[in-house]
Design a protein around this ligand. Structure first.
Ligand SMILES: Cc1cc2nc3c(=O)[nH]c(=O)nc-3n(C[C@H](O)[C@H](O)[C@H](O)COP(=O)(O)OP(=O)(O)OC[C@H]3O[C@@H](n4cnc5c(N)ncnc54)[C@H](O)[C@@H]3O)c2cc1C
Length: 454
């Protein structure tokens, strides 16, 4: 089988930037190792399912290794709920095979079209961060292929420095080959959800602080165009897994995956389709149509992955793509920081169709892991003239409040901002240079952020 590559335009989920990349698709570990050994390219980066938004898995100056064919389940211990699988396995595949057996993901991002390798490399968080931390908390160990071909087994006890550098390390320490993950036992595929409206940001954060402890999962949709005393008005959606005996009798198979209609956005929308008028109208209708309600039974797809029902929804932002701007702000000053961001954004008349607020629990030990105890806000902003200067202005605000930007979403941050936001960067660089002295692992993002030189 050829180890050749195809040169093709590639992007992350935000479709910005788009870069010509040399893409390899190994089908076995042997082929993967040969690609790295052959040194055909000056550098390589792993690509999972391309659900990071910017250029974290792009490499315009080298090769990109896609992992989607390295997706085998290797072992499952049903007693302990421990799954061993290759890194190209997607979270969707795990749910498909293990939910009917009574197991769900311990932490899941807002899409299930993410690989295990991508979930480890970004140390992803879910709606349960305030209780459970990141994905890394449930990774018992993983096998890492270094750029010199050596394979390391890493856990919090074994090669622990490498373990903590790889969690959140965006593929720069090595190629994750496989991992052992502890799954969560569940007795149904359903979630019992409480919906509450909050009149503004203080109200939303107050409710979260007061009662998030009762919910394993907590998230809020924010109306980012509301201003004045309504700034940050929100709908809180918080819930817990339903047990099988909480389901009505008509649900005969509590662990069955629900079947939903799927839609596809067939082509890129015109750039102006999502503007402050259309989004403002949607926000008013959405906020107005919600009522407070308790213990609504919602299937896991609708609760965790509402956007997965629309294939290629990223085309709604037009050909130029969009940036997802996700910040974390500490508890202290977080409310003021969020208000300042939302006010500045509303003033810019740039509308985010999606604006999601969560509370973060304690920070995680991954050297470049994103969460810090406090709050996180994610906004989708279509690429248009003036966007990048605006985002740099917002970066400075975030920095002033002691916050940071999520690498899995970033497409525009400067190296100075990044270094100021991530205090463990020096430690990370030191570990990377021991693991990969010739700098064979590199991405467009890593060069932009100055994590690597070439
Ligand atoms: C709709 C949507 C909702 C999302 N919601 C959340 C959320 O709630 N929380 C959250 O944390 N994230 C969220 N994300 C971001 C997403 O979870 C992360 O970007 C994740 O890393 C994507 O995984 P992937 O498999 O698509 O990897 P890619 O996007 O292809 O790559 C991401 C990074 O992982 C590295 N990588 C991939 N595979 C390997 C491997 N085998 N070995 C080493 N490195 C590897 C890449 O080099 C890159 O640096 C969301 C994304 C979308 C599109």
């Amino acid at each position: 089988m050829s180890q050749g590559f195809v040169t093709q335009p590639l992007s992350g989920w935000g479709r910005f930037p788009v870069e010509q990349c040399k893409v390899y698709r190994p089908e076995s570990r042997r082929q993967l190792a040969n690609i790295l050994e052959s040194c055909e390219q000056p550098s390589f980066i792993s690509y999972g399912l391309g659900r990071s938004y910017g250029d974290a898995s792009l490499n315009s100056r080298g090769g990109v290794v896609r992992h989607t064919r390295l997706n085998r389940f290797l072992a499952f211990d049903a007693q302990a709920g421990v799954l061993e699988c290759e890194a190209g396995v997607s979270l969707a595949e795990i749910i498909h095979y293990f939910l009917p057996r009574g197991f769900f993901l311990p932490v899941t991002p807002g899409t299930k079209f993410v690989t295990v390798g991508g979930a480890i490399a970004a140390d992803v968080h879910g709606k349960n961060h305030h209780q459970d931390g990141t994905f890394g908390n449930f990774v018992l160990d993983f096998q890492l292929l270094k750029s010199d071909g050596e394979q390391l087994s890493c856990s919090s006890n074994n090669n622990s420095e490498v373990f903590w550098a790889t969690l959140g390390g965006m593929g720069l320490t090595g190629v994750i080959l496989s991992a052992r993950i502890k799954l969560r036992p569940v007795t149904s595929a359903w979630v019992l959800v409480d919906y509450q409206k909050a009149t503004n940001l203080e109200d939303a954060l107050g409710r979260m602080t007061e009662s998030d402890v009762r919910y394993q999962y907590s998230v809020a949709w924010i109306d980012c165009l509301a201003t004045g005393r309504h700034t940050g008005r929100a709908i809180l959606m918080r819930g817990n897994h339903a047990s099988a005996n909480e389901l009505p009798a008509k649900i005969r198979r509590p662990l069955a995956e629900p079947s939903h209609a799927r839609w596809t956005v067939p082509f890129s929308f015109p750039s102006l389709a999502l503007n402050s008028i259309t989004v403002g109208t949607f926000n008013c209708l959405y906020y107005g149509s919600h009522r407070n309600s308790a213990r609504q039974l919602v299937d896991f797809e609708k609760f965790f992955y509402p956007l997965d029902a629309i294939y290629h929804w990223n085309r709604m932002y037009g050909r130029r793509g969009f940036v997802q701007y996700q910040v974390a702000l500490p508890l202290e000053g977080g409310l003021e920081g969020l208000k300042e961001l939302l006010t500045r954004l509303a003033r810019s008349r740039r509308a985010s169709f999606l604006a999601v607020l969560k509370r973060f629990g304690k920070s995680d030990p991954g050297l470049l892991s994103f969460p810090i105890e406090g709050y996180t806000l994610a906004l989708d902003l279509p690429v248009a003239s003036g966007l990048i200067p605006l985002l740099h202005e917002l970066d400075r605000m975030v920095l002033n409040y002691g916050g940071r930007i999520y690498l899995a979403k970033d497409a525009v941050m400067t190296s100075q901002t990044f270094a100021a936001m991530y205090p463990n960067l020096g430690k990370f660089r030191a570990i990377k240079s021991k693991l990969d002295p010739h700098g064979l692992l590199s991405s467009s993002q890593a060069r932009r952020l100055g994590i690597v030189e070439r």
